[in-house]
Design a protein. Sequence first.
Length: 317
Amino acid sequence: MAIPDLSVVIPTRDRPRRLERTLLALRSCTGLSFEVLVVDDGSGASMTGVVENLGLDYPHEVLWQRAQGQARARNHGTLAARGEWILFLDDDVVSQDGLLEAHCRRLNGSCDASLVLMGLRHSVSSSIWRHAARDDLEVLERHKIADPREAALQGTLWQRYPWAFLATCNASFARRDLIRCGLFDEAYEGWGFEDTDLAYRLSHMDLSFEVLEDPYVLHLDPDSSLPLVDRERGLLPESKLKSYVRNGEYFVAKFSSDETLRALVENDRRRHLQNRPDTSFGAVLLAATAVRSRPLPAPTVPERLSLLSPLAPKDQS
């Protein structure tokens, strides 16, 4: 079997209808050798036969693991992937036509394979996408809510700390770089910071961070209980806030003992609780000034990764 250029890794758990839309949108990809790895993180009966019944005409595989979290699911998919490049997508995004080709084109244009490519994610409220036909991208486009990171991409924070903006709902990397940095830290639980942690470690490897503004993905927003103005500000629902705060504290403890950094993350928690209109992750971005010049701690390496050489045979040029 030919080795694909691109491996798409999609972690999922008990979201069959959203996953169907995510996978069906990838059918438009042509002229590119790719594979899709769906990593099922301990789903129940609702996921039985979902992927198989779609009749997908591109190479794909479903990998299963016990409920161990998205960080481990992404690591599982990365280690199983055969492509030189890895594109992470979430199981609740719909890709615009040409997304995979655009990622691969930009990655292949990086001669030294030292590129982290962040795509944008605009949102569509559940009240819209649940009533739109499965393949009706036009309706979703008309009602999209802009990615709150987009406005910051021309600012100084992006120029100085691009790693703090990365979200793995639509981001691509060289597989060898992911392995060299130790993959995702599986100590993160719930929502938040596992991708910030990965990006921070990658930034110490002198990789270039770039943005792919178009094509983008449309996020089938599960947080529509929040008012529109709050979603545009990037505020979090209560269901995510607890793990966000806990993971933020772990991030601070892992990378610095600086009390200023801890205070800034606590300020970010207060911002969400008080419904303040600050930019999402603002505190963490500012906190970068406190930690960027400090020595980088050794990454938390998944136990099974230690059994591999730093560069697996299929990654060697």
